[in-house]
Design a protein around this ligand. Structure first.
Ligand code: IPE
Ligand code: IPE
Ligand code: MG
Length: 243
């Protein structure tokens, strides 16, 4: 089933949505299944949400798939997750690319398997001219780690201290070239940032639906965007409607 577009003025639709896809483990546990079943179902759901973003006219989608802290999980879950990422990049990406999705990776390459990196690099290369939706995949991503890498790059380039601006830092993050997120969604009723886009989300609007990620479908995304559309973003100034 394809969903209808949004009934909102274009300036009320978030240009960039970022999602902390949380709750896969609890989804599986509720059904008495191993956690990896939840991750599989979560990947299925991601496909739906990517399509919905295209339908809704969202231009950028950034997803948190695996954090730098997630390496602390049991080995069995880690190997299941890595296999799932392999499969997703091997089997799903071709169709997304045909649909006009541009794939980007955000996260530290070091520590990731060479095979997976190769698949990611191929997807990035094959999709580099696409513009319909820019999908940034956070894999081995941590916000602090990202800022650390940015500082290293700036220092290595010999930029004089007084020449470093906020723009310099933004331009050296993994997300360089992508506008800051307008809306960050975290599913599953957890209310924390967990090291996701900590620099970029300085002025994002946040939404915390209770639904576990595998059940967070297109209609829930629509509801989240509709809540966003009612917000008054002031950026520290006074309201445009009510100065
Ligand atoms: C999010 O779901 C996916 C990853 C962190 C890889 P979780 O695995 O954190 O699910 P819960 O929070 O345990 O339910
Ligand atoms: C954040 O979820 C990471 C991803 C969704 C990939 P976690 O489930 O790992 O976060 P915490 O540990 O509950 O903060
Ligand atoms: Mg979690």
């Amino acid at each position: 089933m394809t969903e209808a577009g949004l009934n909102l003025p274009p300036e009320r639709i978030p240009r960039h949505i970022a999602i902390i896809m949380d709750g896969n483990g609890r989804w599986a546990k509720k059904r008495g299944l191993p956690r990896i079943f939840g991750h599989r179902q979560g990947t299925e759901n991601l496909r739906r949400i990517i399509r919905a973003c295209v339908t809704f006219g969202v231009q950028y989608l950034t997803i948190y798939a695996f954090s730098t802290e997630n390496w602390g999980r049991p080995q069995e879950e880690l190997s299941g997750l890595m296999q799932l990422f392999h499969e997703a990049f091997a089997n799903e990406i071709g169709e997304l690319i045909r649909e006009g999705v541009k794939i980007q990776h955000i996260g530290q390459r070091e520590g990731m398997g060479a095979d997976l990196l190769e698949k990611i690099d191929q997807a990035v290369e094959r999709s580099k001219d696409n513009r319909r939706l820019i999908l940034s995949v956070g894999l081995n991503y941590g916000g602090r780690n990202e800022i650390m890498h940015a500082v290293r790059k700036i220092v290595a380039a010999g930029v004089p201290a007084e020449a470093i601006t906020e723009k310099t830092i933004s331009a050296n993050l993994f997300t360089a070239g992508t506008p800051d997120p307008d809306l960050v969604i975290r599913t599953s009723g957890e209310y924390r940032v967990s090291n996701f886009l900590i620099w970029q989300s300085a002025y994002a609007e946040w939404d915390f639906p209770e639904t576990l990620w595998p059940d967070f479908g297109a209609e829930e995304l629509r509801a989240s965007i509709e809540r966003y559309a009612k917000r008054d973003r002031r950026f520290g100034k006074l309201s445009e409607n009510n100065p």
